[in-house]
Design a protein around this ligand. Sequence first.
Ligand SMILES: [Zn+2]
Ligand SMILES: [Zn+2]
Length: 324
Amino acid sequence: MFLPPAWQLLSTSRKVTSVALLSLPYIFLYASAARDPGYIGLENHSQAMSLYPYDFTIFHPGQTCNTCKILKPARSKHCSICKRCISKLDHHCIFINNCVGYNNQNYFLLLLWTTGVLTSYATYLGFSILSDEVRKEIPSWTIRGKGFTWSQFANIWAWVLQEYTRIGAVTLLCLLTTPLIFGLLGYHIYLIWVGTTTNESMKWSDWQLEMTDGYAFKRSLAPHRQKDESVEPAWTRWPVESQQVVLRTGDGQPPRGPGAIGTGDWERVWKLADVENLYDLGFWDNLADVFLPVNAFRDREEVSPQASRSHSSSASETDALVQQ
Ligand SMILES: [Zn+2]
Ligand SMILES: [Zn+2]
């Protein structure tokens, strides 16, 4: 940071704002790096299983992690760097040297947000300080260079950036990194918007290819079907359950044999819009799942399990109709 050389040039309010904005990313960096991202072991396996139901599309029950030798809960993934299975794994982030998962995705998003705000403010502050320094030499100068030609404007900035190298270099660095940070934050907000994770978005891309090739089929799943509780949780805190099963076949023919789950005829699926994403409850509920994961949806179930379930299923039926 350019704060040490610039400290003398700052007003009290700018000093307070700078220190406050500077401390927040460190707090969230520590929180997201130090917190257990959602490691799954034998001791918490049933709790991890109860977070999300299988969607029978990108997460099917009965799959075991080859390393951890446990059933993979829906939305979990094994991280080869952490050498553990992690609930709702988004990705392994090298900047925090930790996975971003169910337990720390909130801190990771706050880290991105506060870092973006910090670099934006630092950019503004840097140019503002440098502009004040120019004004000492050229009293008519303003930060936008009003009344100066483009070449004068460029020359004056070039001069002041060289004259105050430390402040100038960090200001330019902040200017260049701010769009990258907000780009990454925007991508994660988009993922929340569509109810998915970085890991799942890759699975959806794979499905898109299968669908385009005509190898994907779906049929309905009875709402009150008998669950095989040796591979599937009897209850999850998620308010909706999958009403479809989506499978791919190697020969482009509908799945055959008595082992395939679901009822009715298989229907070929050509595009992702024809398949329901079970993990998308709408932006605000998806956001609540990120920031209030422990409490989200539990109240609904406790108030009226039956009513909430029928409401949820009718809502998802409407969604499915809208998508079609
Ligand atoms: Zn594992
Ligand atoms: Zn990891």
